[in-house]
Structure formats: C-alpha cells, structure tokens
Design a protein around this ligand. Structure first.
Ligand SMILES: Nc1ncnc2c1ncn2[C@@H]1O[C@H](COP(=O)(O)OP(=O)(O)OP(=O)(O)O)[C@@H](O)[C@H]1O
Ligand SMILES: [Mg+2]
Length: 240
C-alpha cells in the first residue's frame, strides 16, 4: 500500500525585495508517497531550494497548502514547525555543514539534543548511524581528518539519527568528485531500499538517474514529473 507523505497544493512563494516582489514558486501541485526517491532538477533560480525549504519546514508558503503526513504546515506556529523539522526530517547539504572541531560521533549526536531520546541512548544511536554509513571505524575523527565523501557520510548519519520520515538533500554531491558522488548515491539508494523517503536536488542528469522519479522546475513552476522505472544502480565500491 502506498501512502501519501507530502501533498503540495497550489503552493506559491513570494520574496519581498524592497519594492520588488520575486515569485519563486508560482502555484506548484505535487504529491510524494512514502518510500519514494525523488530528484528535483531545474536551472539556477527555478525554485528548487525554495521548494525544499517549504518541504523542510524551514519556511512557509505565501499561498497554497502543504501537508506532511496529513498535517497542514501553514497551520503550525514556529515552534511546532521546529519540532517537525527536528524530529521528522533529516537534512543533507552541499557543504556538509559539520562542526569542525567536533568528532564524527559528536556531530551525529547533535540533533539528539533537541529530541525526546534519553541521553543514555545517544552514544549507541549515533554509533549505529555511523555504522550504517560505513564509518563505524571513524567515530573519533574530526571533519578535517576525513575525506569529502566521508564527511558527507557523517552528515548523512547525522540526518538519520532522529529516525526521520524523509531525507532532504540539496546538491549533496555538488562538492564531491564523480566517484565519491556515486558512493554517496549508493548510500542513498541503500537507505531508500530500507524504506526511507529521499528527496534530492541536483543539477546533474547523471545523478538524477539514480532516483525513481524526477521533478523539473522552471521559473517557479513544476514543468515535468517523470517516473524512472529502471533507475541506475550505484555501487559502494571500495571504501577507504
Ligand atoms: N531569501 C530570498 N530573498 C529574495 N529572493 C530570493 C530568496 N531566496 C530565493 N530568492 C529568489 O527566488 C528564486 C528561486 O530561488 P531558489 O533559491 O529557490 O532557486 P534554485 O532553483 O535553488 O537555484 P540554484 O540552482 O541556484 O540553487 C530566485 O529568483 C531567487 O533569486
Ligand atoms: Mg538552490
């Protein structure tokens, strides 16, 4: 049985720039089901990050309605949005956004500070997530002691630690070389096979081929919604 996780209905977003209004989203309709792996594409300025910010409860739509797991986001106040963000959504960014003078284990533990998980369970939880991304041997390394791909895997472990319903990743391979990017995609595919919903922004068609659906934005509108019945399979290769 498929279950609707996200429902976007005529979502619009306007940014006020002094006198001028910028319509970053001009009435977007879409649905995403639990367990999907969706790539969002489109040229610079087309509204991809704006859409991700709305889905990630980092911002609210100017008009229209967005439901996450049946909850209408525009009806929530800032604190309620923050709770959903912390407990239900995992974020992965292009530049990893790890704390530099902090071990992998502590970076992954960070989101638990704002969770309901008892402190006694934090180290175990964080370790499990680092194991899952293949970094069980690198718990006490600082970001500067890890490769770019390893840092991104720490960031993915951090995104997983609160057991979110979905992962939102904005250009997660943008700062990585091709091979390392493929390893990160292999990890996303593995997580998706385990049932995690993944939504990923990318500029690269080669990266979108790993997803099972591609949404294309142009000038604030969703202009294509294509399913990919046969996604390219990434393999982990040798992890050093
Ligand atoms: N905080 C903001 N204030 C004003 N305008 C903004 C703001 N954020 C985005 N915009 C504008 O909204 C439009 C969509 O921006 P958005 O960041 O969503 O594009 P994008 O598709 O993510 O682009 P990129 O591929 O370059 O990351 C652009 O015209 C942008 O200039
Ligand atoms: Mg963007």
């Amino acid at each position: 049985m498929s279950e609707v996780l996200i429902s976007v209905q005529q979502a619009k977003k306007v940014y006020q720039m002094g006198e001028e209004q910028v319509w970053a989203l001009k009435g977007v309709d879409l649905q995403i089901e639990q367990g999907e792996f969706v790539a969002i594409m489109g040229s610079s300025g087309s509204g991809k990050s704006t859409m991700m910010n709305l889905l990630g409860c980092l911002d609210v739509a100017s008009e229209g309605r967005i439901f996450l797991d049946g909850v209408e986001l525009s009806k929530l106040d800032k604190n309620q949005l923050a709770t959903i963000r912390n407990q239900r959504i995992g974020f992965v960014f292009q530049q990893f956004n790890l704390l530099p003078r902090t071990t992998a284990l502590d970076n992954v533990t960070l989101p638990l500070l704002y969770s309901q998980v008892p402190e006694s369970e934090w180290p175990q939880r964080a370790r499990e997530c680092l194991d899952l991304v293949g970094l069980g041997e690198r718990l006490h390394h600082h970001p500067s002691q890890l490769s770019g791909g390893q840092q991104q895997r720490v960031a993915i472990a951090r995104a997983l630690v609160n057991k979110p319903v979905m992962i939102l990743a904005d250009e997660p391979t943008g700062a990585l070389d091709t091979q390392t990017g493929l390893e990160v995609m292999a990890l996303f595919q593995q997580l998706n096979r385990q049932g995690k919903t993944i939504i990923l922004v990318t500029h690269e068609p080669d990266i979108a081929e790993f997803a099972s659906r591609t949404l294309t934005f142009r000038d604030g509108e969703l202009v294509a919604d294509e399913t990919n019945p046969n996604p390219r399979q990434a393999t982990m290769g040798e992890q050093v």
